[in-house]
Design a protein around this ligand. Sequence first.
Ligand SMILES: Cc1cc2nc3c(=O)[nH]c(=O)nc-3n(C[C@H](O)[C@H](O)[C@H](O)COP(=O)(O)O)c2cc1C
Length: 345
Amino acid sequence: MPAVERPLIYANLRKPGYTVDLDCYLRHGGYEALRKAVALKPEDVCKEVETSGLRGRGGAGFPTGMKWKFLDRKSGKPAYLVVNADESEPGTYKDRQIIYKDPHQMLEGIAITAWAIQAKQAFIYIRGEFIHGAKILERAIAEAKAKGFLGQNILGSGYSCEVVVHRGGGCYVCGEETGLIESLEGKRGYPRIKPPYFPAVLGLYNCPTIVNNAEPMAQVKHVLAFGGAEFAKIGIPGDSGTHIWGVSGLVKRPGLYEIEAGKATFGELLYDLCGGPLDGRKIKAIIPGGSSTKILKVGERFKGKLANAPSSTGRSRHPPRLQQHRRVRHGLGTAAPSSSTTPSR
Ligand SMILES: Cc1cc2nc3c(=O)[nH]c(=O)nc-3n(C[C@H](O)[C@H](O)[C@H](O)COP(=O)(O)O)c2cc1C
């Protein structure tokens, strides 16, 4: 069966006439998940996210709920939420779409996450070049504050959280979480040494900090809407929800594709959804997830303990699953496959 999309994060933003306005978001069920979240205890929201099996989307795919558990709650210092919207990995352009076309979806997830980890201050660290995106977010934050979804006394809960948009300088290394924190503090964006600088313990201003990519913030809204256990049924065990694949290179239909996790092979993504290579060309290799992932050559065999190995980047039956890739010491990074083609002559 050919690969199909399952839009969750991009479901609304692709609808004709959908706008970034709060009214439009509310007409599409916006901020209902936040209402649900603030009626729960923060620790119960954390449990829902843990049960959902949601993983990070900034590159390493670390389980989001587990990361929140690591937050040092005993120090008595304020906790911060930092949303990584630096999106500087070459070929990666999935977060930008959320910010530019459905900012409230991300803001709702931020409010839910902030409530869960009891952060009273959240920062969105946005790539410097996304000038228009920063303006869209600032406008959306003002709208959300005016209606009580952010700011003081969120939805009458007595809980308050301010969100500040911070534009980075446009520097790749500032996407790395500790470099980002340095940059947010106004210093040169130079990564910190771990240990001791694990953000969950010694993060922003040496306070406990959760750094999450922009996309999981949007996913968190759906975790609350579905409930953790139902969300976990989307995708496959160990990798739940959807992945947004940003395909670049000389294929017929490059672009963003949202697919249920683990439900399509690279071959299906590149041929069924992207239409295959341009006429007269053959796929030679792909970079699966930004420049920090290994180049996969057509015909290359993985060495590992995969149940369905070997695999290749052609019309492979091997699905681009996060877990399986990890077992062969390979990452999907930011899910941004760039295909390199060669003339078929
Ligand atoms: C050099 C480098 C650049 C990175 N750039 C980004 C980036 O642009 N956006 C991002 O979300 N994560 C980036 N990361 C990963 C972050 O350090 C961090 O793991 C991530 O923001 C955590 O979010 P997640 O748990 O949702 O994946 C980068 C990591 C490295 C090493």
